[in-house]
Design a protein. Structure first.
Length: 309
């Protein structure tokens, strides 16, 4: 629906001003903080996307996804029987089978997500992107994080972008598709909004800020614009099942809580579930567990006391 795209205008100073106010929000304390942090844990896509990934470190990541917080800490919070796990394990296509087999052996139903479609640059032929998606699904991935061709946005080829994402959606089959916009490389907040709209029109289950490999990753201005696009899409279509995933550079428990609070403010409580909100992170869980350790014991854990420290 190109009519929507042609009318887009983003008031950048207002967005930036709102983002600065968000940074000044007071964080919650005590049991409320612990509750928000455990909620954040259940929304984390626990990720390893390194060139030196091996079966053993993927297996370790899967174990951490199943047991994200030490059992004794959960017992102290009376949360040990609530089934708290990470939302998904995210890996490269070549490591999907390792993750699927490990989680299956552990009797765990956590989905495996795979990046695909020329991640992180998107600079591969469309045929290769579609083949990579199909292979990742064949290996057992239940979620696919694709990345768009930024050139289509920068040159205003909106119909081309729509067609590319639509074909990727078809290649995913039954798997959920998260569309990475790589917002740090789109040139403007207006382009971020337009790309968000196109991604949703083409059937994306989630829109995601970044690959984590760009110079600029998840920022509050970008998050505000993308969430406003989700809200507008819902108002226009009545379709309420498009999720949001900030990713890249989210490393502290305080940042995680702020993102949760922002989602609650912009989209509502119903979006604060793993089905509609994810945090893409590799090191975030370590800080969250550290903060929960402090809440329970009154002191910070030594490095060897937390499994993923």
């Amino acid at each position: 629906e190109l009519g929507w795209i042609s009318k887009v205008y983003v008031n950048r100073p207002a967005v930036v001003r709102h983002a600065e106010q968000i940074k000044k929000w007071k964080t919650v304390k005590g049991n409320w903080q612990a509750a928000w942090l455990l909620k954040a844990v259940t929304c984390i896509d626990l990720t390893t996307l390194s060139g030196d990934d091996t079966p053993s470190n993927v297996q370790r990541l899967c174990f951490k996804a199943k047991h994200p917080i030490r059992e004794d800490l959960l017992k102290a919070l009376d949360m040990h029987d609530k089934g708290i796990t990470a939302a998904a394990v995210c890996v490269y296509p070549a490591r999907v089978s390792d993750a699927v087999n490990t989680l299956k052996a552990a009797g765990c139903n956590i989905p495996v997500a795979s990046v695909a479609a020329g991640f992180p640059s998107g600079q591969t032929p469309l045929e290769a992107k579609l083949t990579e998606i199909r292979l990742a699904v064949e290996y057992g991935a239940r979620e696919i994080d694709i990345v768009i061709s930024r050139s289509l946005v920068l040159t205003g080829q909106w119909e081309g972008l729509y067609e590319e994402i639509r074909l990727c959606r078809a290649a995913c089959g039954e798997a959920h598709m998260k569309t990475i916009l790589a917002t740090g490389e789109l040139g403007s907040l207006a382009n971020v909004y337009k790309a968000s709209m196109i991604a949703m029109m083409a059937g994306s289950d989630f829109i995601k800020t970044s690959t984590g490999k760009e110079v600029e990753n998840a920022t509050f201005p970008v998050g505000i614009v993308m969430m406003r696009a989700i809200k507008e899409y819902y108002w226009q279509t009545g379709y309420k099942v498009v999720g949001f995933k900030p990713a890249g550079g989210i490393r502290t428990a305080k940042e995680a809580i702020t993102w949760l609070m922002l989602v609650k403010e912009e989209l509502g409580v119903e979006w604060l579930t793993p089905e509609l909100f994810r945090l893409g992170a590799s090191s975030l869980l370590g800080d969250i567990e550290q903060q929960i350790f402090y809440h329970v014991t009154g002191s910070y854990a030594l490095q060897h006391e937390l499994a993923m420290a």
